[in-house]
Design a protein around this ligand. Structure first.
Ligand code: UD1
Length: 417
């Protein structure tokens, strides 16, 4: 079992390119099933979740070839519409194969998705939307058996905004003959990127990034070469790492508008944040000021995926911060480990009260999920002595060698057995 060992005392300095967005790539990989030609994706990072999506594509009959970080997907000969429990159980992203396969085959069988253990993660909105499109769904033995032969375009309103459900419904309706209207859609950049990708293949998806998306069905989708957007959560994590160490870091390949709510908070903390085109530079000279409160929400509000990194930042900032987690009910799982490191945090359901201490104390801790794990790495950057984080495989789901990136910025961090 690999671990990360972090030693504090180094301010982060330098420049780094944010990798391509995991959460954009997952539905785009599923969407490649729809192309009658070849899909070429550039700068694909080596995340575990990406590897698993590629395994699923191969199991369906797609030919996937990798040259460095470029992948070629040839879905012409896909002849299976089944995602097994074995392949789907570990990643939440596998659920979007439902929309892609039903679009292409008018039938699909997909196991219930896995994913990070951050609380209950229902899929009712995905299923309600598909049913509204006329898909018949039988849930049996952990699988969703879907029959789409009577699918028709419709108007569907999501009860609440969901990134995955919006992506699934776009994929499902992209080749339906007629006009499908989706209301109360998620506006996250990863929804927009999926729509851009599909449109480059010949689809007609309009309005992504607003709450109403209209899809005009097309008969087929062609080849595409595509560069996915930069990962806003990876970029935000490294900027927060710079803030926590009092460093000076520039992240490129990231549109500042994707991170506006996060940058605003970092500026309130006393950091100097300068943005230019696809670059963000953060300079922190003093210990950060605690924010009064952080409330997570759907885009463009503060992202739940950045909450863990900010929990660590607030744990060493000057003052008290109230954190309200509004999306998931298991997102404070790193708190016991932070407390073990000397943090002063009280949690009550989805609310945490953080009283910043000047310095944490290095300890052996354990990642419980992807973002919580990254949060512990950040805490280790400002803790006396060594912090050892095990269960690194969680962090590897969404960071392509976090230790390499942070080392480039001057951190003392290594992967050990
Ligand atoms: C995606 C991201 C995840 C991020 C989350 C919120 C991927 C692979 N993951 O997850 O990193 O934290 O968006 O930005 O892109 N909900 C329901 N019923 C459903 C679906 C969702 O009640 O059928 C609820 C969820 O419990 C949550 C909220 O809706 O409270 C938003 O979840 P959603 O946007 O669907 O998150 P994911 O797409 O799973």
């Amino acid at each position: 079992m690999e671990k990360l060992r972090v030693h504090s005392g180094h301010k982060l300095f330098g420049s780094l390119k944010a990798c391509s967005s995991k959460n954009a790539l997952l539905p785009i990989l599923a969407g490649s099933v729809l192309s009658e030609g070849e899909v070429t994706l550039y700068s694909v990072p080596n995340f575990i979740d990406i590897q698993k999506m590629i395994e699923i594509l191969k199991s369906l009959g797609a030919k996937v070839t990798k040259f460095g970080d470029i992948i070629f997907i040839d879905s012409k000969n896909i002849d299976r519409f089944f995602v097994s429990h074995e392949l789907g159980k570990d990643i939440r992203g596998s659920i979007v194969f439902l929309g892609a396969l039903i679009s292409r085959f008018k039938k699909a069988c997909v196991s219930y998705p896995g994913g990070c253990n951050i609380g209950s993660r229902p899929i009712d909105l995905h299923l309600k939307g598909l049913k509204a499109l006329g898909v018949k769904i039988v849930e049996e033995h952990g699988y969703l058996y879907c029959d789409g032969k009577d699918m028709k375009p419709t108007t569907f309103t999501f009860e609440k905004q969901s990134v995955g459900a919006t992506q699934n419904l776009i994929l499902a309706s992209v080749m339906l003959n007629g006009k499908t209207t989706l209301k109360n859609c998620a506006k996250e950049p990863e929804v927009v990127d999926l729509a851009n990708f599909l449109n480059r293949m010949g689809a007609k998806v309009c309005g992504a990034g607003t709450s109403q998306i209209t899809i005009y069905g097309v008969e087929k989708l062609k080849s595409v070469n595509y560069q996915v957007i930069g990962d806003r959560i990876v970029a935000g994590t490294y900027l927060t790492a710079a803030a926590i160490t009092g460093g000076d870091v520039e992240i490129c390949n990231i549109s500042p508008k994707y991170l506006f709510s996060v940058l605003k908070k970092l500026a309130y903390c006393g950091c100097n944040v300068v943005t230019k085109n696809d670059k963000i530079r953060l300079t922190a000279t003093n210990r950060c000021k605690a924010l009064q409160s952080i409330t997570t929400g759907v885009f463009p509000k503060f992202p739940t995926d950045m909450q863990s990194a900010f929990l660590s930042l607030m744990a060493v900032s000057n003052g008290r911060c109230k954190i309200y987690e509004r999306l998931f009910d298991g997102r404070f799982k790193q708190v016991p480990d932070l407390v073990k490191m000397g943090a002063k945090i009280d949690v009550n359901c989805n609310f945490a009260s953080v009283f910043g201490v000047e310095k944490l104390s290095g300890a052996d801790v354990s990642a419980t999920d992807l973002r919580a794990g990254a949060g512990l790495v950040l805490a280790g950057l400002n803790a006396d002595g060594y912090t050892t984080i095990d269960n690194v495989h969680y962090i590897d789901r969404g960071y392509d060698h976090i230790e390499r990136d942070l080392s480039i910025l001057g951190a003392e961090i290594e992967r050990i057995e």
